[in-house]
Ligand binder design. Structure first.
Ligand code: FES
Length: 144
């Protein structure tokens, strides 16, 4: 199985300059940070995504990731960094694994790598929703 040019270029670029590609994490105590952590049962690879959100506008202002996995998983992570920055949470919810797979020309055997990316995005958004619901409950006694 050959990786597409897109996957190879992205993967090598991350290896050469991880910071440029948003590899890393934010301060876990920052109240405006939410995290998604997902593992792929098929291969054991793991993806972690931190999103920094403006709580007034719901816009994702910055993104960091750490991915332990194959070239497609790393390339998918760089793709969601580009897709998420500047989007609202509502827009981010609409990102589908298919978009990532198509952009990277992933072969069928590697589709689960983009599924992992979509699941990680959704998990991070869920983490944010739970955090904000919890905050509202503590501030105003509102249950959602
Ligand atoms: Fe596991 Fe790609 S082979 S995420």
């Amino acid at each position: 199985m050959a990786y597409s040019k897109q996957v190879v270029e992205r993967f090598e670029s991350v290896l050469n300059d991880p910071e440029k590609h948003a590899v890393g994490r934010f301060d876990p105590n920052d109240p405006n940070v939410a995290t998604g952590l997902t593992g792929a049962p098929a291969c054991g690879d793991v993806m972690k995504l931190d999103i920094k959100i403006n709580p007034d506008t719901d816009v994702i202002e910055d993104v960091k990731f750490k991915t332990y996995g194959c070239g497609s998983a790393i390339a998918s992570s760089t793709m969601f960094v580009e897709m998420l920055k500047g989007k609202t949470l509502a827009e981010a919810k609409l990102i589908k694994d298919k978009e990532i797979a198509e952009a990277l020309e992933l072969p069928p055997i590697k589709l689960h790598c983009s599924v992992l990316a979509e699941e990680t995005i959704q998990t991070a958004i869920k983490d944010w929703e739970e955090k904000t619901a919890h905050r509202r409950h503590n501030q105003y006694g509102i249950n959602e």
